[in-house]
Every structure is written in structure tokens, then in C-alpha cells.
Design a protein around this ligand. Structure first.
Ligand SMILES: C[S@@+](CC[C@H](N)C(=O)[O-])C[C@H]1O[C@@H](n2cnc3c(N)ncnc32)[C@H](O)[C@@H]1O
Length: 258
């Protein structure tokens, strides 16, 4: 089931970045506020009683440390081919907060991240900008291998195809999925759902999948909750299953591929 995004206050998207605006007076009873924390970090907070904590992107969190510790032999490394020694040029077509993108860049990939929502993109950009503050060279080098692009990846992929430029080697898709079974930590999944809607839109998933396959990269990797149906009803060439998440691998260049 899909659910619409909540109304948001406190921000106007500009062509480059985001401009913060004051809350209406009196303040709304529900919705989302985009604001800066007392430490100056961009965050999104839910209004109303019982609202969960605020969403900001901190790649030094224990959750990020756990992801980074998976290394190349983790699910993401295996599904993208990095475990076999490649350092692919990769497009993350549904970039979100940039968690997968940074994990992949740490494993050696050069990542172009597409995010169409201006607030999510601003959170992602700031999270990436903070990487490296007081951290090792690996973290700084990884951050420099991630480029953030705005707009719809479906259009970006179609335009790339028309241009005749060589395709990325790997395309990762992680479309929104109804909260239950999401691979992101609970608060992040809840807040992303409140920002972008609860997802599970078959037409959007199909458009992403078809645009990715049309580019004929070596691999299209689709992240799904473990028991979710395959994207666009397309059987995967290979599956990499974890406890709550699954990566479906499609090989558009092999004769039996999608
Ligand atoms: C589940 S989140 C991705 C989380 C991400 N993998 C991470 O590690 O943070 C899905 C994101 O994809 C974005 N999205 C969905 N369709 C898109 C499209 N066609 N182009 C660009 N971004 C898209 C949504 O705005 C949302 O932020």
C-alpha cells in the first residue's frame, strides 16, 4: 500500500541547495520541519505529539560503522562484483541519504548518486560533506568518489542512452518500499517514508528498472526487503540474501539476462 508524503515546512528548494524559511505562525500541528540543529546540522523533524527524533545524516554512527565493517564480501560487495576485485563506475539511481553510495565508494567504486527530492538530496550532501572531519584518508577518498546529481534518474538514464556515452558498469536501484521490512534503520525509514511517501509504486519501479536495463550495464542490482516480490515481476539472474534485505542481480549483457 502506498501512502502520500507529509506536508513539509521550513524550506524552499533552490536550483543549488535549499533555503530555510521560518515556520508559519501559529506553527502547523503536523507535518515535517526542515531546520538546522543547534550544532548547525540540517535535519528534518516531525511535528506533533509522539513524533520520533529528527533525521540527519551522520556517517560516523554505529550503523554506518557496522555497514563499513562488512567489507567487500558483504552482500553489496558481492552483488556489485566488487568482491571479485572490480572497482566499478556505478550509478546509484535512488540515492536517498547516500548510505549505500558511501559504502560502495569505500569499497572502491566511483559513484554517481541520483536523488530527485531536494530535501533528501540536501541531507545527503551535508552528510557526505561531513565525512572526513576527523576521519581517516579512506573516508575522505571515498567521499571524493561520490558525485550527487539532482533530478530523476529515469530521465538521467534515458538522456545518457540518447547521448551514446558508455554506460556505467553497475546500476543500483533501491526504490522506496513500505516501511515494514525496509533495510534502513527504523527512524530513517520512517522519516524517508514521511518525506517521499511510502513507496511500493509498481509503475515507478518498472520505469527505473527498464531505464537501467536499457543502458546495458554489466550489472543491475536491485535492493529489496527480503520477502518482497521482484522488481517489475522480473526474475533475477542471481540473489544475495541477508537477514532482512536481499539484492537481486540482473545481467543485461548475458543472453539469458533481462
Ligand atoms: C529507499 S530510498 C534509498 C536509500 C539509499 N539506498 C540509501 O542508502 O540511503 C529511495 C530514494 O530514491 C529516491 N528516488 C526514487 N525514485 C527516484 C528517481 N526516479 N530518481 C531519483 N531518485 C529517486 C527517493 O526520493 C528516495 O530518497
Amino acid at each position: 500500500m502506498t501512502r502520500a508524503p507529509l506536508p513539509r515546512y521550513g524550506s524552499d528548494p533552490l536550483e543549488e541547495g535549499l533555503s530555510l524559511t521560518p515556520l508559519p505562525d501559529p506553527p502547523p500541528e503536523e507535518g515535517l520541519v526542515v531546520e538546522r540543529s543547534p550544532e548547525g546540522h540540517l535535519r528534518v523533524r516531525r511535528l506533533g505529539p509522539g513524533a520520533p527524533g529528527a533525521l540527519l545524516v551522520d556517517h560516523r554512527s554505529p550503523e554506518s560503522a557496522r555497514r563499513f565493517s562488512e567489507g567487500k564480501k558483504g552482500l553489496l560487495g558481492r552483488a556489485t562484483g566488487i568482491a571479485r576485485g572490480s572497482r566499478p563506475v556505478l550509478w546509484d539511481a535512488t540515492g536517498g541519504l547516500g548510505r549505500d553510495a558511501l559504502q560502495l565508494a569505500r569499497l572502491g567504486a566511483t559513484v554517481t548518486l541520483w536523488e530527485r527530492d531536494p530535501v533528501v538530496r540536501a541531507l545527503c550532501r551535508e552528510g557526505l560533506e561531513r565525512v572526513g572531519e576527523g576521519e581517516d584518508e579512506l573516508a575522505q577518498a571515498a567521499r571524493e568518489r561520490v558525485t550527487v546529481r539532482e533530478g530523476s534518474a529515469v530521465e538521467g538514464m534515458a538522456e545518457h542512452l540518447r547521448s551514446g556515452a558508455s554506460p556505467p558498469e553497475v546500476i543500483l536501484l533501491d526504490p522506496m518500499f513500505p516501511e515494514r521490512g525496509s533495510a534502513l534503520p527504523k527512524l530513517e525509514a520512517q522519516m524517508l517514508a514521511a518525506l517521499c511517501g511510502e513507496g511500493g509504486c509498481p509503475e515507478e519501479e518498472r520505469a527505473l528498472f527498464e531505464a537501467a536495463v536499457a543502458l546495458r550495464p554489466h550489472r543491475v542490482v536491485v535492493k529489496r526487503p527480503r520477502h518482497a516480490p521482484e522488481i517489475a515481476g522480473q526474475p533475477a539472474d542471481q540473489r544475495f540474501e541477508g537477514r532482512s534485505v536481499r539484492f537481486d542481480l540482473y545481467l543485461p549483457r548475458t543472453p539469458s539476462g533481462a
